[in-house]
Every structure is written in structure tokens, then in C-alpha cells.
Design a protein around this ligand. Structure first.
Ligand code: XMP
Length: 319
């Protein structure tokens, strides 16, 4: 793609001019945006870049392993991986308010990141995979002036605290453009084409209290849903799909026994930038298959519902 090849060249020059021989640190979230930013910056300044991956324990099934191996083995980019599951789950204990969850996760993430940055020996620059929609949506929302709908944990916060200059090479791009750039940089298709995943992870897909047990239940349901979506050849037609685990128990019947377990919600939307979204119209046979598998295979879930709300008025994530 000519445009992206040009963009890459221009950005490489810009990054080199900005960074000089300074040190850059980049937080990887596991998502496409921070990965593309990191690979681009690594191409520009090599091992002047160190990546830090804070595993908050709120990732999807096997996701951490995939990210770590992509960076270490495939790209040879220096990567510090921190296992902080306990810190996050302890901090989330008893927290049910969505904004409190987001604020805690964002804050703890910054603390851990900052500590790792210090261990690396200090850096002059902080790299972030901020996109154009992040820039505008965290400032205001079309529904009214300066209303914060959700506090995005990957935007803001870090810069002020860390007193570092920002390197944000993706600031002008929309999601699909970041994917094109990722392909241009040779990131594997399976990674580039991945659905977006929010910084606070599964915590905002578990309304109510987040526990390790509920994360594990959700990971299983979510993996089944995504596996069926891939098998049906629908993954790339959908912008984002995921399961949520509701803090509601309902009565069901399995064999000749009564069950009393949680409800799982399924979400799938089409979108171009996440700012508006339409519900993906699955065939009912597809939804029936997924619901049956989840109830049969995931202990703790006995009912599955499909979310038919577009954005607006719904948001994509449930919290
Ligand atoms: P909402 O729920 O606001 O989500 O309609 C729009 C898109 O943004 C993602 N999202 C986040 N991404 N940090 C992120 O990096 C966050 O805190 C965050 N919250 C929501 C969401 O997954 C969807 O793609």
C-alpha cells in the first residue's frame, strides 16, 4: 500500500528526529495499537526502545503468552513482562462501580509501569499507541459538551506523572489505518486483524465484582464464542465480539437437575472507529449453537442472551 509505505517512512524520520539518542519506553497492552506503535518505534530507534507489558490478569485466554512470544521471539524487541494479577484482583475486590474499576486499573497500571520504567534505568520518552478516536472521545462526546462517558485508562495519566515527552506516532490514524500500517510493518495477520480489546480488560465485561473465578468463567465462554465466530468465517466481518458475565443468577434445568447459575451476554458489532456501532445480525442457528456450547461446556453459566443494542444509545462495552 503506497500510502502506508509513505506514512511509515515519514513517521520513521519523525520519530528519529524527536528521539535522537534518547531512551524510549512503551507500554504494551496486548492490543494492535500499542503493538504497531512499538514495532514502528523499534524500527526507527532499535534497542533504544524497551517495552513493558503489565499483565493485569484480565486478559483473554492465552493472550499474554501470544503477546510475549510475538515481541520476544518474532521481533526480538526487549520486553519486560510483569505478572500483576494478584495486585489487580486484590484492588478490585469489592469494587462494583464501572468508573471506580476503570480508575483503579488505570492508576495501578501507571504505578506498576512507572516502577518498571525506573528499573529499566529511566527513559526520556514515553511511547503510546493513541489513535485519533482516543484523542477526541476522551475529551468529549457528541451527546453533549465535555461529558466523560468512560475514562480510558490508556490515554492521559502517564504523561503528567512521569514527566516524559510523548511519542505518539498513531495520533492521526483510525483503527483500520493502524491495521494497514501493522501489515506494512509485517505483523502477522492473526494479530493485525484482531478485534480491539479495552485497556481495563475483562474487568469491564464482568458487571459487579470481579474475581479470579469469574474471570476464568468468562474466559472460557469468550473463547468458545470467538472460536465459533472464526469457524463460521465471520471474524473479519465483525469489528468486535466478546462475551460478558452478568451478576445475575437464574434458574435452569440440566438433565433432571435444577441449576442456579450466571447469565452470559454476547456482544458483536460492526463499526469503523468504535464511535458508533451496529449490532451484528447473526443467524439464529449460529447463536443457538454458541449458547448450547457455552451452557454445556462452561460450569457457572446456565443461560445466554444476545445484546441487540447499537451505539448509541448503548456503548460497545457494558461498563
Ligand atoms: P465503548 O464501550 O466506549 O468502546 O463504546 C469503544 C471502543 O473502545 C474500547 N474501549 C477501550 N479501549 N481502553 C481502551 O484501550 C479503555 O479504557 C477502553 N474502554 C473501551 C472498546 O473495547 C471499544 O472498542
Amino acid at each position: 500500500d503506497w500510502t502506508m509505505a509513505e506514512f511509515r517512512k515519514t513517521k520513521l524520520e519523525e520519530i528519529r528526529a524527536q528521539v535522537g539518542d534518547g531512551k524510549v519506553i512503551c507500554g504494551l497492552s496486548g492490543g494492535v495499537d500499542s503493538a504497531v506503535a512499538a514495532v514502528l518505534i523499534h524500527e526507527a530507534v532499535g534497542d533504544q526502545l524497551t517495552c513493558v507489558y503489565v499483565d493485569h490478569g484480565l486478559m483473554r485466554l492465552n493472550e499474554t503468552e501470544q503477546v510475549v512470544s510475538l515481541f520476544r521471539d518474532h521481533y526480538n524487541i526487549p520486553l519486560v513482562a510483569v505478572d500483576a494479577e494478584e495486585t489487580f484482583l486484590n484492588g478490585l475486590a469489592g469494587v462494583t462501580d464501572p468508573e471506580k474499576k476503570r480508575k483503579f486499573i488505570g492508576g495501578a497500571f501507571i504505578d506498576l509501569f512507572e516502577a518498571e520504567a525506573k528499573k529499566v534505568g529511566g527513559a526520556d520518552f514515553l511511547a503510546q499507541g493513541t489513535l485519533y478516536p482516543d484523542v477526541i472521545e476522551s475529551v468529549s462526546f457528541t451527546g453533549g459538551p465535555s461529558v466523560t462517558i468512560k475514562s480510558h485508562h490508556n490515554v492521559g495519566g502517564l504523561p503528567e506523572r512521569m514527566n516524559m515527552e510523548l511519542v505518539e506516532p498513531l495520533r492521526e490514524l483510525f483503527k483500520d489505518e493502524v491495521r494497514d500500517l501493522g501489515r506494512e510493518l509485517g505483523l502477522p495477520e492473526g494479530f493485525v486483524g484482531r478485534h480491539p480489546f479495552p485497556g481495563p480488560g475483562l474487568a469491564i465485561r464482568i458487571p459487579g465484582e470481579v474475581t479470579k473465578e469469574r474471570c476464568d468463567i468468562l474466559r472460557k465462554a469468550d473463547a468458545i464464542y470467538l472460536e465459533e465466530i472464526r469457524n463460521a468465517g465471520l471474524y473479519d466481518a465483525i469489528w468486535q465480539a466478546f462475551a460478558v458475565l452478568l451478576p445475575v443468577k437464574t434458574v435452569g434445568v440440566m438433565g433432571d437437575g435444577r441449576t442456579y447459575d450466571s447469565v452470559c451476554g454476547l456482544r458483536a458489532v460492526t463499526s469503523t472507529d468504535g464511535m458508533t456501532a451496529d449490532v451484528y445480525p447473526f443467524d439464529s442457528s449460529f447463536l443457538t449453537r454458541v449458547a448450547t456450547r457455552i451452557v454445556n461446556e462452561v460450569q457457572g453459566i446456565n443461560r445466554v442472551v444476545y445484546d441487540y443494542t447499537s451505539k448509541p444509545p448503548g456503548t460497545i462495552e457494558w461498563e
